[in-house]
Design a protein around this ligand. Structure first.
Ligand code: F6P
Length: 558
């Protein structure tokens, strides 16, 4: 710890891949490479009972990973060598770990219980968080009970959240996931894409008299969001005879940028704020979650936040060896840095979690898709893998073939629930949910243990078909089970992944809280608009490919 600033001392020249722990892990991988999961289970029959960890309501089995007790010992030693515990404590107390933007990354403060003391940079963080939560709660109640009305006095029936990235993916995913907890009258819609098809298709079924727009943007400068918001305002004004007063009833903003909200023409009395220490992809539990709060109500949203907090507490207090986000983060790093894994599948056995993999794509890849360390030095090994996935059992009939018999090592997270929120009987009087979960368990079993040529031949399969039917096994998976998909459990799941991202980033020495690569794309697109819209013939562009593409587009369009 630096005595003057209270910030953790970050050694910018520290290279984790040059440490003894790293070399030991590399040697250990060579040894484990020859081992089969079948053997590991035979040598340690209790493995499936020992390599499990509970965090809040989440019951996590990591025994079907290519790892032993020694692997965990070496990985946790690596984490200690990287100073993970100090860095975790530093993040939780609000040190400026987002070094390139000189900011704290304090999303964990968004779910601190009321009254918890946390002052950062002179700000009473918990007090401010709960003041905004109270204002959001009161507004949400007025929409839910029908007292907030549209310009003709009718209650709101439809809420359209206009935002993109972190200002869309979280609320859209959670709204879908928590289908069972929604208000019966109110439907939420999510418009993100600057492709006009998104807004047009959404508005086609909506009544302007009963539609509320939430313009959600941390910066309030994002081209897609402001363009869609302007188009939505025009849509409303056209249908209320240009009555500007209607805008106040039908538009609210969620942002950190009061000046831009005002400049856009939304009364700041209708604005719910948050703070620059909340990253976009970590903002579902800030006022960015307003549409979700309207849908599931104050109590549901409080439960959601409490779910996050339960896992935050676990992350903050458990030793590394029994710390769920730490273990899963370390295993992920184990595969990407020592087994050359390039992707990671997330497979929810829950149709309501269909958008969870897409949500995680931003959380994981925008955070850890980095190739320089915090001090700007090139990293010396791979960082984030590609995250992808679809709900089971749909994925089984699409890409699982590659998981089972392809040539890539793709670790997979299976997520499932004990109690269904929907169930129907099967033909034999059983439960469809049990059928779903039979698939979950069977898939993890086959991926891990496979089927040998001998076992297949013993079933009388023709010899020429045997190689085609061999299931190699040793395909790692982690099973994450919870009692049911409740608001709290969803919060717990999100926090579990947020902290895994942090664990990996701290060991790699990268900053998971900035996204300069995306920022450049935003500027480049804005600069290009002139090239494709100016009435004059376009000036030659710097490279012949883009130049030719723009010319072709303009000719075909005009
Ligand atoms: O995609 C880049 C990004 O900056 C994300 O981090 C963010 O979630 C998204 O754009 C939207 O930004 P804003 O909320 O400021 O409109």
């Amino acid at each position: 710890m630096d005595g003057d600033t209270g910030q953790p001392e970050i050694d910018d020249d520290f290279d984790i891949t040059a440490t003894v722990s790293w070399q030991e892990l590399a040697a250990h991988q060579q040894h484990l490479y020859a081992r089969r999961l079948r053997e590991l289970f035979a040598m340690d029959p209790d493995r499936g009972r020992r390599m499990v960890v509970d965090a809040g309501d989440l019951h996590i089995d990591y025994s079907k990973n290519l790892a032993t007790a020694e692997t965990i010992e070496l990985l946790t030693a690596l984490a200690r060598e990287a100073g993970l515990e100090d860095l975790r404590d530093a993040m939780l107390r609000g040190d400026h770990l987002n070094t390139s933007e000189d900011r704290a990354a304090l999303h964990t403060a968004l779910r601190l219980p009321v009254g918890t003391e946390l002052v950062v940079d002179g700000q009473d963080v918990t007090g401010d968080v709960h003041r905004v939560l109270d204002a959001m709660g009161a507004f949400a109640e007025s929409v839910r009970d029908g007292s907030h009305t549209g310009f003709t006095g009718k209650a709101i029936t439809d809420v359209v959240n206009i935002g993109i990235g972190g200002s869309d993916l979280g609320p859209a995913m959670a709204y879908r996931a928590l289908r069972h907890y929604r208000h019966p009258r109110i439907r939420c819609h999510y418009v993100s894409n600057v492709d006009p098809a998104d807004l047009v298709a959404t508005l086609a079924d909506l009544d302007p008299e009963t539609t509320l727009f939430i313009v959600a943007s941390k910066t309030f400068t994002t081209l897609e969001t402001l363009t869609n918001a302007r188009a939505a305002r025009d849509w409303l004004l056209e249908r209320c005879d240009g009555d500007e007063a209607a805008v106040a009833k039908h538009f609210v903003a969620v942002s950190t940028n009061t000046a831009e909200v005002e400049a856009f023409g939304i009364d700041t009395a209708n604005m719910f704020g948050f703070w620059n220490w909340v990253g976009g992809r970590y903002s579902i539990d800030s006022s960015i979650g307003l549409s979700l709060l309207i849908a599931i109500g104050r109590e549901g949203f409080a439960e959601f936040l409490d779910g996050f907090h339960r896992v935050d507490e676990h992350f903050a207090t458990q030793p590394l060896e029994t710390n769920a986000p730490v273990l899963l983060g370390l295993l992920d790093l184990w595969y990407s840095n020592f087994w050359d894994a390039q992707s990671h599948a997330v497979l929810p056995y829950s149709n309501d979690l269909a958008r969870f993999p897409a949500y995680l794509q931003q959380l994981v890849m925008e955070s850890n898709g980095k190739s320089v360390t915090r001090s700007g030095r090139l990293v010396t090994g791979p960082t984030s893998t590609v995250v992808w996935g679809e709900p089971g059992t749909n994925g089984q009939h699409a890409f699982y073939q590659l998981l089972h018999q392809g040539t890539w090592l793709i670790p997979a997270d299976f997520i499932g629930f004990a109690r269904p929120l929907d169930d129907l009987p099967t033909a034999d009087g059983g439960s469809m949910h049990d059928l779903l979960m039979s698939n979950f368990f069977a898939q993890t079993e086959v991926l891990a243990f496979g089927k040998t040529a001998e076992e297949i031949a013993a079933e009388g399969v023709a010899p020429e078909l045997v190689p085609h039917k061999v299931m190699p096994g040793d395909r790692p998976s982690t099973s994450i089970l919870a009692p049911a998909l409740t608001p709290s459990v969803l919060g717990q799941l999100i926090a579990l992944y947020e902290h895994q991202v942090f664990v990996k980033a701290m060991i790699w020495g990268i900053n998971p809280f900035d996204q300069w690569g995306v920022e450049l794309g935003k500027t480049a697109a804005t600069a290009m608009v002139d090239d494709i819209t100016s009435p004059a013939p376009p000036a030659p562009l710097a490279d012949s490919s883009t130049d030719e593409l723009v010319r072709w587009y303009r000719a075909a369009r005009d």
